[in-house]
Design a protein around this ligand. Structure first.
Ligand code: PLP
Ligand code: COI
Length: 354
């Protein structure tokens, strides 16, 4: 694939690495590629970061034809920059595209786009512990007409943002509210796809939770509002009576790359991992009888994030005395150790971008 390169003549400066936060700063360039049914994917280019110009009838603005991904480039101790399981994100993006009738991108083309872009923005990968360069590939339908149909024109973009921790709590336990009214997704809907609409539907409950002092919402299934699904921006896992329990991939939750990686790390360490239905009632009973030992969320932005308190219908439950549990800490150390190149990657998950 030919990728045109236009250098930014006014490059920016890396902000203070101690106060990066999440998604506030952007690098000097972005990758863009266009699609039309006649030409397929074409005009791949890395250009200075700037506003996009779109037609007011653009499909994404009216009918939500938009999907995205999230992955990170990590600065290794030896100075190299590496990606973590990028093919997983590329495959999931194509699954999301298929669900929303957006055009898929051949895997080798998407990988080339991603690595060429990371190579171009590499110097923006921060060095401080716990920081990384967050990569946000996204695609939107770009037809310039108001009819509702599968798109004929689309745009694929990758932007990058040097980030610190997603939650202000960092690795300290977060408080999560179980949402009893709104639902995020239903089976047969778009829950398993990473599309903007899922997040728009989440905002009302997220706002309510935030006003009550909770970091995010824990969703229940959309039909019976009985089974645990996932948190706003992460999958969720529990240690109950020595076993790890996580909601199974039913079609309405996002198949997280971090979730998959946690399961593989845990199984390798000898834990029993059950991917199954977990009702809020079972969780409540485990909280009451003391068998709920640990709870954590996992996601690219959130990494592994301990849950210290759950609230359901105004009743508050403290987990593990509000402290990070040993399995949660071990998972965090193992995953981040592999991601930052501090421990040997025996799984073959990382890929250095030279
Ligand atoms: N669930 C939701 C709703 C998310 O937004 C994310 C974040 O991407 C995850 C789960 C975790 O997925 P991953 O580990 O691939 O980042
Ligand atoms: C990620 O973890 O990459 C996400 O996409 C979460 C995001 C919604 C902030």
């Amino acid at each position: 694939m030919e990728i045109k390169y236009i250098k930014n003549q006014n490059p920016g400066k890396m902000p203070d690495e101690d106060s990066l936060g999440f998604g506030k700063y952007f690098t000097d360039h972005m990758f863009i590629m266009d699609y039309s049914t006649e030409k397929g994917w074409h005009d791949a280019r890395i250009v200075p970061f700037e506003n996009l110009s779109i037609h007011p009838a653009c499909t994404a603005l009216h009918y939500g034809s938009e999907i995205f991904e999230g992955l990170k480039a990590y600065r290794r101790a030896d100075g190299e920059v590496q990606l973590f399981r990028p093919m997983e994100n590329i495959r999931r993006m194509n699954n999301s595209a298929e669900r929303l009738c957006l055009p898929e991108i051949p895997e080798d083309m998407a990988f080339e786009a991603l690595t060429a872009f990371v190579r171009s923005e590499k110097d923006w990968t921060p060095h401080k512990k716990g920081t990384s360069l967050y990569l946000r590939p996204f695609m939107f339908g770009n037809d310039e007409t108001l009819g509702v149909h599968a798109v004929h024109k689309a745009t694929f973009v990758i932007i990058a943002s040097p980030v610190g921790s997603y939650y202000k709590e960092g690795i300290n336990p977060v408080k999560i509210m179980i949402e009893a009214d709104d639902v995020r997704a239903v089976r047969g809907g778009t829950g398993y796809a990473k599309c903007g609409g899922n997040y728009a539907a989440s905002n009302r409950a997220g706002k309510k939770a935030e006003e009550k002092g909770y970091a995010q919402v824990l969703w229940l299934d959309g039909v019976e509002r009985k089974y645990i699904e996932e948190v706003g921006a992460m999958n969720v896992m529990f240690k109950i009576a020595g076993k790890i329990v996580t909601p199974m991939l039913s079609g309405s939750i996002l198949p997280g790359v971090t979730r998959k990686s946690c399961i593989e790390v845990l199984k390798k360490a000898g834990y029993t991992v059950e991917e199954r239905l977990l009702s809020v009632e079972e969780l409540g009973n485990a909280l009451k009888d003391g068998t709920l030992e640990e709870a954590w969320g996992c996601g690219t932005a959130a990494v592994v994030s301990p849950i210290g308190e759950l609230c359901y219908k105004d009743v508050k439950y403290t987990i593990n005395d509000g402290m990070i549990g040993t399995v949660t800490q071990k998972l965090y150390d193992t995953l981040t150790g592999i991601q930052w190149g501090e421990i040997e990657d025996t799984f073959g998950w990382t890929c250095i971008v030279k």
